[in-house]
Design a protein around this ligand. Structure first.
Ligand code: AVJ
Length: 316
């Protein structure tokens, strides 16, 4: 039932994005089928892509300091946990003072399975294969009286939202919380353009494969006939918007059928599909983002090798 609803939603979103006036789009949430999740794991190992290592380094280095600042009797929910590999240091620190109840929330069943397998030695792990807010509302409804909720939103996934949509999303998160609950937010920071372009267009071609895979997924799951060789991976950076964009550019005029979306769509030469926006932040912007969404920034840790910050935000 859930799988059919997802397939219909996928078909609907593909149809909406490819029939849009102006810039054609596909949502980056559809990158993460099993192949896409595996390619993303490979991206996180690339020398050019330091984001995930920076996130993990901060958590490894500051987990004790972070947990020392947190109220007692916590329940932990993670939005977009993936395999949860970065979360272990926090749970290990917490385990020293309480029983662990951890809710990883993700749309990738494969990632959740691995997360549960790898972290269940630390306590109770309750995987939730659903959207971030659906999952968070569920966790908030299940919490016991007197329990404080720690929400983890790591890896700069917040950067995929347009700036206003990011505030709206954090406001929706805030609505699930009580004053005193905590949000740990990972944000990738602005850095030299060359470094950013290399991170999203690595010479090995892993990110290009990750990007092209979204067309492969549409072929597999929606019975389409995209010729992946007739599209190329393109990355752009807009300085004033602090925004990386990933596109797939059509090499020639072509017509594509997406049967399960009841769609026939054509592409002219050099026309692109925008598949992802990754907004970057300035450390000082997080105070305001927090204020606008009902949080107070209590502590910020910045990595020394790759500009990335982990932000401890308390619900007010
Ligand atoms: C998982 C959204 C944080 O924006 O850097 C990596 C996804 N896209 N390479 C990011 C991604 C291309 C990643 N996030």
């Amino acid at each position: 039932m859930y799988a059919r609803a997802l397939a219909n939603e996928f078909a609907r979103d593909v149809r909406a994005g490819l029939t849009r006036a102006g810039q054609k789009t596909l949502s980056c949430r559809y990158f993460y089928d099993d192949i896409g999740s595996t390619l993303f794991e490979a991206i996180t190992c690339l020398p050019e892509y330091g984001l995930t290592r920076a996130d993990a380094r901060i958590l490894q280095l500051h987990a004790a300091n972070l947990v020392a600042r947190l109220p007692r009797n916590l329940v932990v929910a993670e939005l977009g946990s993936g395999t949860g590999s970065k979360t272990r240091p926090i749970l290990e620190q917490l385990q020293r003072r309480q029983l662990i109840v951890y809710y990883p929330i993700d749309v990738s069943a494969a990632a959740l399975e691995r997360c549960a397998r790898e972290l269940s030695s630390l306590g109770t792990v309750v995987p939730m294969e659903m959207s971030y807010l659906q999952g968070l509302r569920e966790v908030a409804a299940r919490r016991d009286a007197g329990q404080t909720l720690l929400v983890l939103f790591l890896g700069s996934t917040i950067g995929n939202f347009e700036p206003e949509a990011a505030i709206d999303f954090l406001l929706a998160v805030r609505l699930c919380l009580f004053p005193g609950d905590v949000l740990l937010l990972g944000t990738d920071l602005v850095k030299p353009v060359e470094q950013l372009l290399a991170a999203y267009d690595d010479p090995t071609g892993v990110t290009a494969a990750f990007n092209l895979n979204i067309l492969g997924r549409i072929n597999r799951e929606l019975d389409a006939d995209f010729d992946l060789r007739q599209f190329e991976h393109v990355v752009r950076y807009t300085e004033e918007a602090q925004r990386i964009e990933m596109h797939l550019r059509s090499r020639l005029y072509q017509i594509v059928s997406v049967r399960k979306a009841d769609l026939i769509v054509d592409f002219v030469p050099n026309e692109t599909i925008c598949t992802e926006a990754c907004h970057k932040f300035r450390a000082e912007q997080i105070v305001e983002i927090g204020r606008l969404s009902g949080f107070c920034l209590q502590q910020q840790w910045i990595d020394c090798e790759w500009p990335f910050s982990e932000n401890l935000l308390v619900a007010v």
